[in-house]
Design a protein around this ligand. Structure first.
Ligand SMILES: [Fe+2]
Length: 580
């Protein structure tokens, strides 16, 4: 039997190679220079090594040397590149196969590839048409699950189709190919893995994205899933954001916001991981040693760090230890990929709170699954945290507004105005959520201000006003201890700062004041001017807007006022009147 060792990512290409080397045993795995040096001799000598060079930036000659040194000089290396000399401008869609110098290709290989290339182009075009339809086929034996997915996909551009077992799904695929399939694993008659295999045999099946819902617990299921050719997996029960992220990534939109930092001294490993992660939509930051890794972690605050252990300058252990001692990033989940596999290493990793330890060589898919799993946990924690946060905020606001009838509805209106400003400034969903919470809570420190001051019907003296100013400091001391309000506190604390530095509590100026606080300053002042206060009557919307404009660059941030002016004054009036 022929033995072929390959590193190829493209599904079409893998299938082509499987087809071509039909009688071969193909080992498709992750390898690097270091690994080959240590383990090269353990592998049974391959007849061919196939590498998709489009995944790497290293020179062909270096790769040839690595392979030759480790597999022996008689091993044939097949390098796959995208450099095609063709006149029809299809080069980027065509995989060209060439042998590096001094190596002969197997007889007939070139010819076989030529024929396939033509077929691939045609199928590729046809498949693009299928993709445009945005039809998602859901396969599950549970009625309830279909309902859950209907809810998830409600108000999206995708059209759902439903099948309740494998046979129904195949019939649907044969009749009219969907753009993507989401299937359950456990189903009577034909399970998800069997369904994957069957779909792969249909006309467009080789290129149809299949997401398999798996319960993370079983390694066998995971292995079967990949072997059957599922493109992706998702932990059950599904979480809306997670599933939509995945589906959208197949349609090349809505890039995920999660950032992953890869720290490894091997460029090859960094490229392999980067390629796999970027493909499913993550943003990847690379670092080649612990020092660079630590600096990047501080600068970019990644959501997950994947690191090697043995590296020059600073090892992975030292880097993680430093990260754990740095408050802003101390809780970042870290995954280790290392060739060191002693119990001592694993114990040390455990001590440093490492989420998972992968020994090289490993299946990239398993690493991806772990990353997905960590994000799923995070989503769930966030959902719980948000629920708790909202309850707490509402309780606190009720307590404050029950005392002071003049501020009733103030927090709510400020929140409406602030969120509208944030939307006009195109801030992302997460930032808007934080600003929303901070606006609701901006005056929470007034809980600690005495009744006779807070409720005084006449104008305040300077001394009294100075005491009221303490509400920002009191607010910080109330919420500051809670991790839940970590990102809310600075925005709340600085909402009385002015861009000219004449505000309080610290006299910050310009962009040193958090953006959320500058937004709330505008919203808060606008509401103060347009609502009734014990000592004066309210102003109309136009008059209040004029005052905001007059105080740009002194009291207010220009960008925030400009965004505020983009809101329809009619709408402002409705919010002011409590009609919206
Ligand atoms: Fe305030």
């Amino acid at each position: 039997m022929m033995n072929v060792f390959c590193y190829v990512e493209s599904k079409m290409l893998t299938m082509m190679l499987h087809d071509y080397f039909s009688k071969a045993s193909i080992t498709s795995q992750f390898f690097d220079k270091e690994y080959l040096k240590v383990h090269g001799l353990d592998l049974s000598k391959p007849d061919f090594v196939v590498v998709d060079m489009t995944l790497f930036t290293i020179e062909n000659s270096e790769l040839v040397q690595i392979v030759k040194e480790n597999f022996g000089y008689s091993t044939d290396l097949i390098v796959l590149t995208e450099e095609v000399e063709r006149s029809d401008n299809r080069s980027s869609e065509v995989f060209y196969v060439s042998a590096t110098s001094r190596m002969e290709l197997a007889d007939g290989f070139n010819e076989a590839i030529e024929i396939r290339k033509e077929n691939l182009i045609k199928l590729h075009d046809e498949f693009n048409e299928i993709k445009k339809k945005k039809r998602v086929l859901v396969v599950d034996d549970s009625e309830l699950h279909h309902e859950h997915l209907k809810n998830i996909f409600m108000n999206t551009e995708f059209e759902l189709e439903h099948a309740f077992n494998g046979e129904e799904a195949i019939a649907l695929v044969n009749r009219d190919v969907p753009s993507l399939i989401i299937t359950d694993f456990e189903m009577p008659k034909m399970n998800g893995v069997e369904l994957c295999s069957a779909i792969r045999k249909t006309k467009y099946g080789y290129a149809l994205p299949i997401i398999l819902g798996t319960s993370y617990t079983s390694e066998t299921i995971q292995r079967d899933t990949f072997n059957a050719g599922a493109d992706d997996f998702i932990c059950k029960p599904f979480v809306k954001e997670e599933l939509l992220n995945k589906v959208n990534s197949y349609f090349g939109k809505d890039k995920r916001i999660e950032k992953i930092l890869i720290v490894d001294d091997s460029e090859m490993i960094r490229k392999i991981l980067q390629h796999a992660l970027v493909k499913i939509g993550y943003t990847v930051i690379e670092a080649k040693d612990g020092v660079e890794g630590y600096n990047s972690a501080c600068k970019y605050k990644p959501d997950i760090i994947v690191t090697d252990l043995t590296m020059d300058k600073m090892s992975g252990y030292e880097m993680i230890e430093k990260i754990r001692q740095t408050p802003a990033i101390s809780e970042t989940p870290c995954l280790v990929v290392s060739s060191m596999s002693t119990e001592y290493d694993k114990k040390l990793a455990e001590k440093l709170g490492i989420s998972k330890y992968f020994v090289k060589p490993f299946k990239v898919d398993y690493l991806l699954l772990e990353i997905e799993h960590l994000f799923l946990e995070k989503y769930r924690e966030l959902a719980l945290e948000n629920e708790f946060l909202l309850d707490t905020i509402n309780t606190l606001i009720c307590a404050l507004e029950a005392r002071d009838k003049y501020t009733q509805g103030h927090s709510e209106r400020v929140t409406r105005y602030a969120c509208l400003i944030a939307e006009k400034m195109n801030l992302d969903e997460n930032e808007i959520k934080i600003i929303e919470a901070a606006s609701k809570l901006h005056d929470i420190g007034k809980i600690g201000i005495r009744d006779e001051l807070l409720l005084k019907p006449s104008k305040l003296s300077e001394l009294e006003f100075n005491l009221i100013k303490n509400h920002t400091i009191i607010g910080k001391s109330i919420l500051g201890a809670s991790k839940t309000f970590r990102e809310v506190v600075p925005i709340m604390y600085y909402h009385h700062e002015r861009v000219d530095g004449k505000g309080y509590p610290e006299g910050l100026s310009g962009e040193d004041i958090p953006l959320g606080a500058r937004i709330i300053a505008v919203a808060d002042s606008f509401d103060a001017m347009t609502s009734n206060r014990p000592y004066r009557n309210n102003l109309c919307v136009d008059r209040a807007l004029k005052i905001l404009i007059d105080n740009v660059d002194t009291q207010f941030c220009r960008k925030c006022v400009e965004a505020f002016l983009l809101i329809n004054p009619e709408r402002l009036n409705r919010i002011k009147m409590g009609l919206e």
